[in-house]
Design a protein around this ligand. Structure first.
Ligand code: SAM
Length: 254
């Protein structure tokens, strides 16, 4: 993979991380962010990975914005209404980023959450083969054995045995309407799994339609987290949806 000779430094931002999510990256995580930035700038020369390339904007929209919705898993205590019992450090934690594009939010989430959950395994899914080739090269360059990139359309692969009900959580940013996103994600999730929808503005109409869809999918909207981005002061909403744990079928002995 092409290495750019000069990569602009990302803004120093330790205090902002700490103030906004009670977490701050280690020097090696900062190094990973910087390397990822270089790879994205290089990849962007050959394909349209992202229009967000200016260092400050990249920091806010691709790094901070990717990690902020997972802050509950990075710091303690966790919100009481977000029971994370299935998330433990002693067994694999499997995540899927649907429509990952240039690897967002997946890469920054892997860099940050991976330090807390060493058994984190993340799949980056996108329907565009060219982006997947870029992601595979980036994974090899950054030496990330627990991340893999897969090409496919979510709605065409989510019932395949390798994917069906295999994931503890799905992330999905800038791919489709909320109700379409949950329809894409639900088959991938284990019972009790979590979908995290990254949204900008969020309206009551969107919530109503999402709740209607969730009734048929057997899911529950468990948390809506509204927040403002630290530099551009833009509105964000993070929507957390849990797939119900269905009771086991009753078996009768003869
Ligand atoms: N999530 C990234 C981000 O926030 O920077 C990329 C967002 S980009 C606007 C949408 C991406 O979703 C594209 O890379 C596109 O190829 C992918 N995509 C769209 N529909 C998809 C589907 N049904 N299954 C998998 N990927 C899809």
């Amino acid at each position: 993979m092409e290495i750019l000779q000069s990569i602009p430094p990302l803004p120093p931002s330790l205090e902002i991380w700490q103030q906004t999510m009670s977490w701050q990256p280690t020097p090696s995580q900062l190094d990973q962010f910087q390397q990822l930035y270089g790879l994205i700038l290089a990849g962007n020369r050959h394909m349209n990975l992202t229009r967000i390339t200016e260092p400050t904007e990249f920091w806010e929209k691709h790094l901070w914005d990717s990690i902020r919705p997972l802050a509950f898993g990075l710091s303690s205590p966790q919100p009481q209404d977000l029971p994370l019992q299935p998330w433990t450090t002693d067994r694999p934690l499997r995540g899927l980023d649907i429509g990952t594009g240039g690897g967002f939010p997946g890469f920054p989430v892997a860099f940050s959450l991976g330090a807390i959950y060493p058994q984190l395994e993340l799949t980056l899914l996108d329907s565009t083969q060219k982006k997947i080739l870029f992601l595979e090269e980036a994974i090899a360059t950054l030496k990330l054995p627990d991340i893999r990139a897969t090409v496919g359309r979510a709605e065409q692969i989510h019932h395949q045995p390798d994917y069906y009900q295999q994931y503890d959580f799905c992330l999905i940013r800038a791919v489709a309407n909320a109700e379409v996103c949950v329809q894409y994600a639900f088959p991938f999730l284990k019972p009790g799994g979590l979908v995290i929808l990254y949204r900008g503005r969020w309206t009551q109409d969107e919530e109503k339609i999402l709740n209607q869809t969730l009734r048929s999918l057997r899911g529950n909207l468990i948390w809506i987290d509204a927040f403002i981005t630290p530099l551009s002061q833009a509105t964000r909403h993070c929507i957390y949806v849990r797939k119900e744990c269905l009771p086991l079928p009753v078996t009768r002995s003869l």
